[in-house]
Design a protein. Structure first.
Length: 460
C-alpha cells in the first residue's frame, strides 16, 4: 500500500464515532432527545456569553463541542481487552489512565481509550471508557466458573474486523475502502443484541451477584451502554431534562458549579428496561424477559488539573462527602450540593489564579499583537503575558473520575446494585491483560502545555 492511499487514524475515528452515534440513535431514541437538549443549551450559553464564544473560537475548542462524544463498554476477558486495544489503535485511540471501581462496589477496573495529542483531540476527541470485569471478585466459585465458561465461548469481533486490524498493523494503516469496511465490521462489536447467551436461571444468578456481571456475561458482545454528548452548562441540562420527559439522577457527579469549570461533571437518567429473549434450560427454545443496562448521560468538561490541583480536588471532595454523604435515593440531594459548594470555596475560581497557583494546565498561544511582533526565543513567559503578546486557555480535561464513574454506574444499575467488594486495585494485572501499559494523563497534559509554550517563544 502506498503512503498516499492510507486513510488517517483521525479520519477513521470520525467515521466510526459518526456511525456509532447513528446506530445508537436508532437503538435508544431517548439519546436523540438528549442530543437535541444539549444543542439547545449550548446555543443559549454561547448566545448569552459572547466572550466565552470568542474564547472557544480563538482556542479552537468550539468546533469540537457539538460532535464530541464519549462511550462506555464492559468487557469480560483479557483477550477481549487486548484485541480492543488493537482495534482502537487503528483509530488513533490509546489507553489512558487506570481506574479501580471495586472500592465503590463495582467489580471492574478500567481505562479510557482516546486520542492523546493536541491535534488529534482537536480533530475528534472521541473516547471510550472501557471496563474489564473482575471475575475474581465473584465470591461464589461455581458461579464464577460458569461465567468463565460462557465468556470463553464467545467471540465479540467479526472475522472481517480481526483481519483488517491485522492488515492495518502490518501495512501501517488502511486505505479508504478498507477503512469503510473496518468501521462497518467494528460497529458490530458494539451493537445491541436482544437475545442473551445464557438461560434465564443463570442470568438471574449472575444478576443477584451484581447487575453489571449479568450485563457483561449474558450477551453476545459488549453493547455500547451509553453515548455522552458534551454540554457547556450541565445545570441547565439537569433542570430541563424533566421538561423533555427524562428523569435525571438526583445529583450531578463531580465538582460543584463554578465560573471556571474544573475536571468533569456528569449526569444521567436511569437505564432502560429492554425486552430480551433468554435460552430455555435445554437450549432449544427461548423465554421472554427484560434486561436493564443502557442509559443516557451528559457531561460538562472543565480544565485538566495538575497533580497539585487534583490533590486539592480529591481532598475537598472527601471533605464534602464526610460533611454530607449523598443518599442513595437522592433524598438529601439539595443538602449535598450545598455542602459541595461550600467546601469547594477554597479552590480558586479564576483562570489566572488557577494558573498562578499551578493547579491547572494551560495552552499558550500568541495574540494578534504577538503574531505581529513575535517574541525572541527564550523570552520570559510571564512578561509576554503581561505585555499582551501571549494568551493562555485552559487545557480541556479529557479523562474520567473514579468516584463520578462509580456514581453513574450505580445510578443506572439501580441503587440496590451496590455491593461490598474488597478494594483491590491491580494496575499491573490490568496492563498485563491489556498487553500494554496505560499512559499517564498528567504526562499528556504537561506535554500539551510544554509544547504550546515552546511554540510561542520559537515563533521567529
Amino acid at each position: 500500500m502506498s503512503v498516499q492511499t492510507i486513510t488517517s487514524a483521525d479520519a477513521i475515528r470520525t467515521l466510526f464515532s459518526t456511525a456509532m452515534s447513528e446506530m445508537y440513535r436508532t437503538e435508544v431514541p431517548a439519546y436523540q432527545t438528549l442530543v437535541e437538549l444539549v444543542e439547545e443549551v449550548n446555543a443559549a450559553v454561547l448566545a448569552a456569553d459572547p466572550t466565552e464564544r470568542h474564547r472557544l473560537e480563538s482556542a479552537g475548542g468550539l468546533a469540537r463541542i457539538t460532535e464530541e462524544r464519549h462511550g462506555a463498554i464492559r468487557l469480560g476477558t483479557a483477550e477481549e481487552l487486548s484485541t480492543m486495544r488493537r482495534l482502537f489503535a487503528v483509530m488513533g485511540m490509546y489507553p489512558v489512565g487506570y481506574y479501580d471501581l471495586s472500592e465503590a462496589g463495582v467489580p471492574v477496573h478500567s481505562t479510557a481509550f482516546r486520542p492523546v495529542d493536541g491535534e488529534a483531540l482537536s480533530r475528534n476527541p472521541f473516547r471510550v471508557f472501557t471496563s474489564l470485569l473482575r471475575l475474581d471478585l465473584i465470591a461464589d466459585a461455581d458461579l464464577r466458573r460458569e461465567a468463565e465458561q460462557v465468556l470463553a465461548g464467545r467471540s465479540i469481533f467479526t472475522p472481517g474486523c480481526l483481519a483488517l486490524i491485522e492488515k492495518a498493523e502490518a501495512e501501517g494503516g488502511l486505505d479508504e475502502e478498507d477503512a469503510d469496511r473496518f468501521v462497518a465490521d467494528a460497529l458490530e462489536t458494539f451493537r445491541w443484541h436482544s437475545r442473551a447467551n445464557v438461560p434465564l436461571d443463570l442470568y438471574n444468578r449472575l444478576h443477584d451477584a451484581h447487575r453489571l456481571i449479568a450485563d457483561v456475561v449474558s450477551f453476545k458482545g459488549p453493547h455500547i451502554n451509553h453515548l455522552t454528548p458534551r454540554t457547556l452548562d450541565i445545570d441547565a441540562v439537569q433542570r430541563l431534562m424533566p421538561e423533555k420527559g427524562i428523569a435525571p439522577k438526583a445529583v450531578v457527579e463531580g465538582p460543584p458549579t463554578r465560573r471556571c469549570p474544573i475536571l468533569l461533571r456528569q449526569t444521567s437518567f436511569k437505564a432502560l428496561s429492554e425486552p430480551v429473549d433468554f435460552r430455555d434450560g435445554d437450549g432449544d427454545g427461548w423465554r421472554s424477559g427484560v434486561h436493564t443496562a443502557r442509559f443516557g448521560e451528559i457531561e460538562q468538561r472543565g480544565i485538566a488539573l495538575t497533580p497539585k490541583g487534583r490533590a486539592l480536588y480529591d481532598t475537598l471532595l472527601q471533605d464534602s462527602r464526610r460533611l454530607v454523604a449523598p443518599a442513595a435515593d437522592g433524598s438529601n440531594a439539595a443538602q449535598y450540593m450545598a455542602a459541595l459548594q461550600e467546601v469547594f470555596a477554597p479552590f480558586p475560581d479564576s483562570w489566572d489564579e488557577i494558573r498562578r497557583q499551578g493547579l491547572g494546565y494551560f495552552a499558550y498561544s500568541l495574540t494578534e499583537a504577538g503574531r505581529s511582533n513575535p517574541p525572541a526565543p527564550g523570552a520570559d513567559l510571564e512578561t509576554l503575558i503581561e505585555t499582551g503578546l501571549v494568551r493562555f486557555d485552559p487545557v480541556v480535561y479529557e479523562d474520567f473520575l473514579p468516584v463520578s464513574a462509580a456514581g453513574i454506574f450505580q445510578s443506572n444499575l439501580g441503587d440496590e446494585a451496590k455491593q461490598d467488594f474488597t478494594a483491590s486495585p491491580n494496575q499491573q494485572r490490568f496492563e498485563s491483560d491489556l498487553g500494554a501499559p496505560v499512559l499517564n494523563p498528567f504526562d499528556l497534559y504537561a506535554e500539551i502545555e510544554r509544547a504550546s509554550i515552546a511554540a510561542c517563544v520559537a515563533a521567529k
